[in-house]
Design a binder for this molecule. Structure first.
Ligand SMILES: Cc1cc2nc3c(=O)[nH]c(=O)nc-3n(C[C@H](O)[C@H](O)[C@H](O)COP(=O)(O)O)c2cc1C
Length: 260
């Protein structure tokens, strides 16, 4: 089949998933894009995809697909359209995230023809904890572009095999987030409001102060990464401990894994 329309669906609080998917889309070689950014509360999108191909991307949170991403995907249906799945992880492991995304999207009618686990800067990375800092880098993006080209060639064949995706079923137990959120250093904060704008769960309010409803925080770090005055930070000991562990065990760069 020749690729015409590409339905481009993603959840990407700190932008790395989006970057990789954009490179794959370029490789697929069509500029007819139907764009669904599920990063921000968008109401329940009800959409049936009848034609073209779809690409769905999500970050990996604790080896799974984040619940907010799954909820925002719920209203999508597809009429057996060829679909590419992408999981973006922070150089630790992607564990069961891709098989979870495969299972959910199959039930909704997507026909999975390719999948990939790519690496993006870990949400908890800092200057002192450079966990996958700078990724996806040029090499990752060039691989993503070539992957798009290879998928386009695969789809031109009449008969092709479906990919075997790495991961376990039953999936690893879901870790519940909530209760821990970034804080604001009011001395450096300029109340510009960019943190509130990028929050995927809209829990930050700006008045003459910044308040964050910690119980609904998904710890995505979008507010920390966007802050122009570095005023948002985590002080919770569990995040400090996690950063130390990641720095100890996950600095050696991993290559993306492709399933075609
Ligand atoms: C709550 C949370 C849990 C995470 N869990 C994992 C994980 O299990 N394995 C991993 O390698 N990276 C993990 N990460 C890192 C993200 O997968 C990574 O930073 C990804 O690039 C973020 O995607 P985005 O830029 O599209 O938001 C986690 C990040 C967060 C915020």
């Amino acid at each position: 089949m020749k690729i015409e329309k590409i339905h481009f669906i993603y959840f990407s609080p700190t932008g790395t998933t989006k970057k990789v998917i954009e490179a794959i889309v370029k490789g697929l070689g069509s500029d007819q894009l139907d764009h669904f950014d599920l990063t921000f509360p968008c109401g329940q999108i009800e959409k049936t995809i009848e034609d073209g191909i779809a690409i769905i991307g999500s970050p990996v949170y604790a080896g799974r697909i984040p619940e907010d991403c799954l909820q925002r995907l719920e209203g999508f249906r597809a009429n057996n359209v060829p679909t590419i799945l992408i999981a973006l992880y922070g150089n630790r492991e992607f564990e069961d995230a891709l098989v979870e995304l495969r299972d959910v999207s199959k039930i909704q009618g997507f026909n999975i023809v390719a999948a990939g686990a790519f690496i993006g800067e870990h949400s908890y990375a800092t200057q002192k904890h450079p966990i996958a800092t700078g990724r996806p880098n040029d090499e990752d993006l060039s691989l993503a572009f070539k992957f798009g080209q290879e998928i386009a060639s695969k789809l031109e064949q009449d008969n092709f095999t479906l990919p075997v995706i790495e991961g376990e079923v039953p999936y690893r137990e879901r870790i519940k987030f909530g209760g821990i959120a970034p804080e604001t250093d009011l001395e450096s904060c300029t109340l510009c409001g960019q943190c509130a704008q990028v929050c995927p769960v809209q829990i930050i309010s700006i008045t003459d102060n910044v308040t964050t409803q910690a119980e609904r925080c998904i710890m995505c770090c979008a507010c920390i990464k966007i802050c122009p005055s570095q005023a948002r930070y985590f002080s919770h000991p569990s995040i400090k401990e996690k950063r130390e562990l990641l720095t100890k065990h996950c600095l050696a760069p991993k290559p993306p894994k492709l399933f075609l």
